[in-house]
Design a protein around this ligand. Structure first.
Ligand code: ADP
Ligand code: MG
Length: 580
């Protein structure tokens, strides 16, 4: 076989493989062009899941008559001229490939008018490269492009298309991404003449949240907070979900870098890290975030579909995102949660069962002789202004909840979850300051364990020491405990250490050494927190309320369960149909 230059049409069709995978990817390219053209109004008409037809009309700059044929040439673009432009690119497109690719695998017509022209012109591509027809055509300033019968001339690729329904779902996802990225654009989307989305321009925060609600569901809006932060070069803003709103799939995560949606491992990791203290296991947070930085600090020319980017200083970006989100999460005040959630009217979204280390089986025992009195140390120094008043305790409910009254109405606190969060945050603070306050036991405790657990103690001796435990192996199946963190002092510490060992071994964290300490601290906090049916005095209950008020992340326990809940007077009135 001799080497020969590919037929240009075939070359384009091959190149189309990279960017034109399905109707959704066609639509993405067309919309990006409209956005780059400065459109403020975009209409989209779809037929047959976009396979039969996609028509996009915009009110952007338009294309001059002379340029119309060029728009369909490969490597022809109006967006960059030289390498320096590429390094500072702020348009979504710049490769000059999309229209050439699309027109090689579908029937394409484009009509356009610029403000300098008297009349618009229409160009229809004939399938062969360089062959087209142009006729004058009335058109307002802007562009209409029509793409029909995707893959009509490449049957092998057409076979890979799914049902119209599935293709439409993909299109909707592309739309969601773009609709969030440009709040200033009015989008009208129809499928088979039926309206899918019609979102007006959204300039204020309320209007934006309304758009998000329309597209993502009101639930996300009501369970998220708006954030904004910037440094000299980096800026981030948007919405992140409260910890109690979580999903099993990462399907409500929108991250934009300089206005371009990206899916990036580094970013995922940064966000996950920010949530790790407040979100249980593999639950996924929801977010819509806009990250901006000078274009020369990010390379967008990494992938043909531009879904990936490369940061010049990825460490910096990663840490900026993590610390900003973490801070925002820590600053969520119970008040915000109260304002955002109305459980009486609308129950918490059903989450998959969250792990409860606490033994649920003991709950129904109300009048139990085993009720034991534990002393909870009230927080030593309450200096800072509490975020919210959780009021004063009225009593204990079924050995599980504290009932309190504050200005707004009634507060229910999950005793165990609340205490767990308080302990965890205290332990973390002490640990980070490298000063876990410890307490030597008067009588060392010998604990029977299995060999695996004893091995583990031997293995992790130094780590336990850092965490405030003096724990050593005595024999094949016994360990001895001589010192514990002072916070745990009043507990049955032998039992607790045994529980912690079995938890840690069961969870097998050997591969995640990085966040090991915090996770062990979380286990300790969970194991040390008051259990159900622990009798607390009113003084102790108030101590816990004050502690909780002054604890970061106080709305949820380490497993993502809510720690407390406000029932306002109007919630209660509604319930009792007062004033109706
Ligand atoms: P790119 O977007 O990478 O430049 P495309 O193949 O998508 O390449 O588009 C080629 C050119 O056609 C663009 O550079 C732009 O000048 C022009 N163009 C395409 N769509 C539009 C539109 N809706 N409005 C104005 N100009 C457009
Ligand atoms: Mg383009």
């Amino acid at each position: 076989m001799r080497i020969q230059i590919l037929d240009p049409l075939l070359a384009n069709q091959i190149a189309a493989g990279e960017v034109v995978e399905r109707p959704a990817s066609v639509l993405k390219e067309l919309l990006e062009n409209s956005i780059d053209a400065g459109a403020t109004q975009i209409k989209i008409d779809l037929e047959g899941g976009g396979i039969k037809g996609i028509v996009v009309t915009d009110n952007g700059r338009g294309i001059t008559k002379e340029d119309l044929p060029l728009a369909f040439s490969r490597h022809a673009t109006s967006k960059i001229v030289c390498m320096q432009d590429l390094e500072n690119v702020n348009s979504l497109g710049f490769r000059g490939e999309a229209l050439a690719s699309i027109s090689s695998v579908a029937r394409v017509r484009l009509a356009s008018k610029t403000n300098a022209q008297e009349t618009g012109w229409e160009i229809a591509m004939e399938g062969r490269i360089g062959e087209y027809k142009m006729v004058p055509c009335p058109h307002p300033i802007g562009t209409t492009i029509e793409v029909q019968d995707l893959f009509f001339n490449t049957p092998a690729r057409r076979k890979f298309l799914r049902t119209e329904r599935t293709e439409l779902l993909q299109i909707e996802e592309v739309l969601r991404r773009l609709l969030f990225s440009r709040f200033n654009i009015n989008f009208q989307v129809k499928h088979q003449q039926k309206i899918l989305f019609n979102v007006p321009e959204a300039l204020t925060r309320d209007e934006k949240e309304k758009r998000i609600g329309l597209i993502c569901g009101q639930e996300f809006v009501s369970q998220s907070i708006a954030i904004e932060a910037s440094t000299f070069d980096l800026a981030i803003s948007g919405w992140i979900s409260l910890p109690q709103f979580s999903r099993s799939q990462p399907d409500m995560q929108y991250f934009y870098v300089n206005g371009r949606i990206v899916r990036d491992k580094l970013i995922n990791h940064a966000v996950r890290l920010a949530y790790q203290d407040v979100l249980y296991g593999n639950r996924c947070p929801g977010y819509i975030l806009f990250f901006n930085l000078p274009p020369d600090l990010v390379d967008v020319n990494v992938h043909p579909t531009k879904h990936e980017v490369r940061f010049r200083d990825s460490r910096l970006v990663h840490d900026f995102i993590t610390s900003t989100l973490k801070e925002s999460l820590q600053q969520i005040t119970p008040q915000q949660i109260v304002q955002k959630t109305h459980y009486f009217v609308k129950p918490l979204p059903q989450q998959t069962p969250l792990e409860m280390k606490e033994d649920v089986a003991v709950y129904p025992i109300v009048q139990s002789a085993e009720k034991q009195v534990t002393k909870i140390e009230p927080f030593a120094a309450v200096v800072s202004q509490p975020l919210i008043s959780l009021g004063f305790a009225l009593g204990q409910l079924l050995g599980i909840y504290i009932v309190a009254e504050n200005e707004a109405g009634m507060i229910l606190v999950d005793m165990h979850a609340a205490h767990e969060r308080v302990l965890y945050e205290k332990l973390k603070l002490q640990y980070q300051a490298n000063e876990i306050v410890t307490q030597r036991l008067l009588v060392p405790i010998t604990i029977q364990v299995n060999k695996k657990e004893a091995d583990y103690v031997e293995d992790k001796h130094a780590l336990f020491a850092d965490l405030g435990f003096e724990l050593a192996r005595l024999s094949n199946e016994t360990v001895v405990l001589r010192q514990v963190p002072a916070l745990l002092q009043s507990k049955d510490v032998g039992r607790m250490v045994k529980d912690i060992l079995s938890d840690e071994i069961e969870m097998d964290r050997s591969d995640r050494v990085h966040h090991y300490q915090n996770e062990i601290l979380a286990t300790i906090a969970c194991r040390a927190a008051v259990r159900a049916n622990t009798l607390l005095t009113v003084h102790e209950m108030n101590g816990l309320l004050r502690d909780l008020e002054n604890t970061p992340n106080n709305g949820v326990c380490n497993h993502g369960r809510p720690t407390w809940q406000q029932f306002t007077l109007s919630d209660l009135d509604k319930f009792f149909l007062r004033g109706k």
